[in-house]
Design a protein around this ligand. Structure first.
Ligand SMILES: Cc1cc2nc3c(=O)[nH]c(=O)nc-3n(C[C@H](O)[C@H](O)[C@H](O)COP(=O)(O)OP(=O)(O)OC[C@H]3O[C@@H](n4cnc5c(N)ncnc54)[C@H](O)[C@@H]3O)c2cc1C
Length: 397
């Protein structure tokens, strides 16, 4: 019951095949890793290589660079299906394959693509995206303090990045830095940084309430020397890379929420059938039925909005994203997704009663991770600011 029939939503059999592959592989190989990943903050080192063998990495990478040449909607469905069985691994997959790799597919030069993309497709390299800093969260562009200046054939990067998914394990990172301080958010550039570049280090791996098997870190750039050939796009055009990437990230994040929320609903139904009180399954009680019905209805409303947004962003160009209708609608999709996911997770814990409060229960693990979806990729408030800003701009036009 948890595999959606994508054709009902008007998607082709090809998307269904991608979804089914990701779903079955995650159920058979990734689900059993969840407990250890959460308990021990353990990241399975061979996970990416195995995902690569299954063809689940680099799906948006053109075939000439070792990928599948599919669109970002296929990646969204993979993210949802993996999140259903192992949301923590799906978080790392999203950060590498979308935030880093897909942004390179869209913005990197042919030389950069040939150099880096094949390694991501076979899982020998893991990617990350470094935007947030200790002093630059919601105001990521304006307050960015990491700088880069040209020194002969290199750029020299100085600064820190915080809360970076995959930061401690990434081989290659897409990093934003200011190349022109006076131009503020219009003076940002993006760079490909390899983990063994001189001056790059991981300051710490952070201890989180959820997504515990997906390593999150603080990164340091201390006179980090990056070849000028690793500048992605033009100098001072990093905000275009960033803003267009964020719209897609928000939509894929909404697919991720559907995977988690569907899993929570299925666990709640299962528990309502098994658990007996007053000599009968708790699922017989209409107050419990009401919660299940609301969870289902909220999830299906979210699915309809998110799948529509998936259609809207699947072929979007860098120039079209980051502003206007799609900017507003992708922020709305993630605002709705984060809230709906949290509401469904809360009801799932409620239906599990005391068991839902136990750290080792699956529903508790999902609940602890859900909150991140109201914060990452721009908090709920930032999403509201984007939506309202676009509405007001439209009315003034
Ligand atoms: C698990 C995890 C993984 C992450 N992964 C990555 C990653 O891979 N790469 C990356 O670059 N970043 C990553 N982030 C960072 C994430 O994007 C930021 O945490 C987020 O954008 C919020 O920034 P902040 O934490 O500094 O909060 P702040 O910006 O300090 O916000 C604190 C509070 O103030 C509110 N606030 C701020 N400004 C306004 C305003 N103008 N109006 C109203 N309210 C406001 C916020 O909504 C929030 O409630 C990750 C974060 C987490 C938790």
């Amino acid at each position: 019951m948890s595999i959606p029939n994508l054709q009902t939503f008007g998607f082709s059999e090809d998307y269904q095949a991608v979804y089914d592959l990701a779903y079955r592989y995650s159920r058979d190989e990734l689900y059993s890793l969840c407990g250890k990943m959460d308990d021990e903050e353990w990241f399975p080192e061979d996970a990416f290589r195995k995902l690569g063998e299954q063809g689940l990495l680099g799906v948006t990478v053109p075939e000439e660079y070792g990928g599948s040449g599919l669109d970002v909607l296929a990646q969204c469905f993979i993210c949802e299906a993996v999140a259903y069985w192992n949301h923590t691994l799906s978080a790392s997959l999203l950060a590498s394959d979308n935030l880093c790799v897909h942004n390179l597919v869209k913005n990197a030069s042919a030389l950069q693509k040939a150099e880096y993309l094949p390694r991501f497709c076979d899982g020998t390299a893991i990617g990350a995206l470094g935007m947030t800093e200790p002093g630059a969260g919601s105001d990521a562009l304006g307050s960015m303090a990491t700088t880069a200046y040209r020194d002969g054939d290199d750029y020299i990067l100085n600064g820190r990045k915080l809360f970076i998914t995959n930061g401690p394990i990434a081989d290659v990172l897409l990093v934003y830095a200011k190349t022109d301080l006076e131009k503020k958010q219009h003076g940002i550039s993006s760079f490909i940084v390899e983990k063994n570049f001189e001056g790059f280090s991981v300051a710490q791996k952070l201890d989180k309430m959820g997504w515990r098997g997906s390593p999150t870190g603080e990164l340091v750039f201390d006179n980090c020397r990056v070849p000028a050939g690793n500048l992605v796009g033009a100098e001072n055009k990093g905000n275009v890379v960033m803003m267009s990437g964020l719209d897609v990230e928000r939509v894929i994040g909404a697919f991720f929420c559907i995977g988690m929320a569907q899993r929570a609903l299925d666990l709640a139904v299962e528990y309502a059938v098994q658990r007996k009180q007053f000599d009968q399954p708790i699922g017989n009680f209409q107050l419990v039925q009401g919660m299940l019905a609301d969870m289902y209805t909220d999830l299906e409303s979210l699915r309809a909005l998110t799948y529509q947004l998936g259609r809207e962003i699947k072929d979007i160009s860098v120039d079209e994203a980051g502003r206007g209708g799609v900017h507003k609608r992708s922020a709305a999709a993630l605002l709705c997704a984060g809230r709906t996911c949290m509401k469904i997770l809360d009801s799932a814990v409620q239906i599990h009663g005391g068991m839902g409060c136990m750290r080792e229960s699956e529903v508790n693990r999902l609940y602890r991770s859900g909150k991140i979806m109201e914060i990452g990729a721009g908090t709920n408030q930032v999403r509201q600011i984007i939506i309202a800003g676009e509405l007001l701009k439209e009315s003034a036009a």
